[in-house]
Design a protein around this ligand. Structure first.
Ligand SMILES: [Zn+2]
Ligand SMILES: [Zn+2]
Length: 137
């Protein structure tokens, strides 16, 4: 496990959490596409008992995922950045799913597995063929 620091888009929410660099996934499920606003979501396993918020207000709601499991989804109350998900009240599992792009150690967390490929968007496989610019223009 490695110690990670996370920060939301607006900077209000700061947290620390221990994450497992061997348990990193990209998920192509429809929920992950919606919540990330992108083709997939990039997450790492975190130990929920180590997830500590230093600042900011976190808002949450419970959602039944495509897997059938209920997860508590966490967001910055100001900017809406998805922090991750944790087990709901009363669930003893340790699995906190933390969004990799908001972590300071993101470069150490390349994906190890790709899941829910049944809803993988078709154009992903052609990314390397797109015109590629160093910046926006
Ligand atoms: Zn924020
Ligand atoms: Zn997913």
């Amino acid at each position: 496990m490695i110690e990670a620091k996370g920060t939301c888009f607006c900077g209000d929410v700061c947290f620390t959490v221990e994450v497992d660099p061997l348990k990193v996934a990209i998920c192509h499920c429809l929920d992950c596409q919606r919540v990330s606003g992108s083709a997939f979501r990039h997450t790492v396993f975190g130990d929920k008992t180590t997830l500590k918020f230093q600042s900011g207000n976190v808002t949450a709601f419970d959602k039944v995922g495509d897997s059938g499991n209920t997860r508590r989804q966490l967001f910055c109350a100001t900017c809406g950045t998805n922090i991750g998900s944790v087990p709901p009240e009363g669930d003893p599992t340790l699995f906190a799913s933390i969004r990799v792009p908001i972590l300071d150690v993101k470069d150490q967390l390349p994906p190890r597995v790709s899941v829910w490929n049944t809803s993988h968007v078709d154009w992903l496989d052609g990314l390397n063929d797109l015109p590629s610019l160093e910046q926006q223009s």
